[in-house]
Write a protein that binds this ligand. Structure first.
Ligand SMILES: [Zn+2]
Ligand SMILES: [Zn+2]
Length: 267
């Protein structure tokens, strides 16, 4: 019996998820966060299962495929001739560079912030919390991620391998674990920096934008590091709990209620 690359990647994703959940239970960053925390089912069923499935069809079949049919792009050397590991590395670094700047722009621009606020709305950040992303944000980011892979003629295995790395790294940086990469944390982004990005503290509203490689923050002066832990998490205003309301809220504010507790400054 032989397995396809996609099947192997799916299996590895499940093994990775179980490992990360174990690390959360064994070495928690914040104590007292239950496995079935507030919003857990919205994130698992609404965002991870249904939204991911539907957006995969939208992005690949209704955006990338029609564009691919109209374009041939052979300006760059034949990427398919490179070793697969090099192809994956190339797309990992280039997309991560893009996502650093787009993420930074989302925090700086009030309209783009509407597509990103859902991602910050969990107050109990854990392994699956990172899946909470507005559909518009996913459509933009994943089209920009996968379109070049297809247009530049990369090996078909690059897509599931990159999908696996995205999934694992996404779970890891949001994981409620005090696991650290040690000195390598300045290269590879981990929960240490990204959990702070999800804190409701003024000093990180414009810091720690990196997804996979934390050196972007170091290079472009947005790295925030402290030995302290955040005391407040999530958004500074009330946010709807329901999946559909969370999406609608980006387009229309039917109410706006700041949370009563004041922002704390870590300085
Ligand atoms: Zn953010
Ligand atoms: Zn995040």
């Amino acid at each position: 019996m032989t397995f396809s690359v996609t099947q192997i990647c799916s299996l590895l994703l499940i093994v990775g998820a179980i490992t990360i959940i174990y690390l959360e239970r064994k070495f928690p960053y914040r104590r007292g966060i239950p496995f079935f925390r507030d919003g857990f089912w919205t994130d698992v069923i609404g965002y991870t299962i249904i939204q991911s499935f539907l957006l995969k069809i939208v992005i690949f079949d209704y955006i990338i495929l029609p564009i691919q049919g109209r374009m041939t792009w052979d300006l760059l050397p034949q990427i398919s001739a490179w070793p697969i590991a090099l192809q994956v590395l190339f797309f990992l670094v280039t997309h991560d560079f893009y996502i650093y700047w787009f993420h930074r722009w989302q925090h700086a621009n009030k309209f783009l912030w509407r597509t990103h606020e859902a991602h910050h709305s969990n107050e109990q950040v854990d392994w699956i919390a990172g899946m909470r992303s507005h559909a518009l944000e996913i459509i933009v980011n994943q089209t920009i991620e996968f379109l070049p892979i297809i247009l530049l003629g990369a090996d078909p295995a690059v897509i599931p391998i990159k999908g696996l790395i995205d999934g694992l790294w996404g779970m890891l940086i949001h994981a409620n674990t005090r696991l650290s990469f040690g000195k390598l944390k300045y290269i590879f982004n981990g929960p240490e920096f990204h959990l702070w990005h999800h804190a409701d503290h003024e000093e990180v509203f414009y810091a720690n934008f990196a997804t996979k490689f934390s050196f972007w923050d170091a290079i472009f002066g947005t790295l925030y590091e402290t030995s302290k832990k955040p005391t407040q998490w999530g958004l500074y205003y009330e946010f709807p709990k329901n999946y559909f309301a969370q999406h609608l809220y980006a387009l229309y504010r039917w109410s706006f209620k700041p949370k009563t507790k004041p922002l704390k400054n870590d300085q």
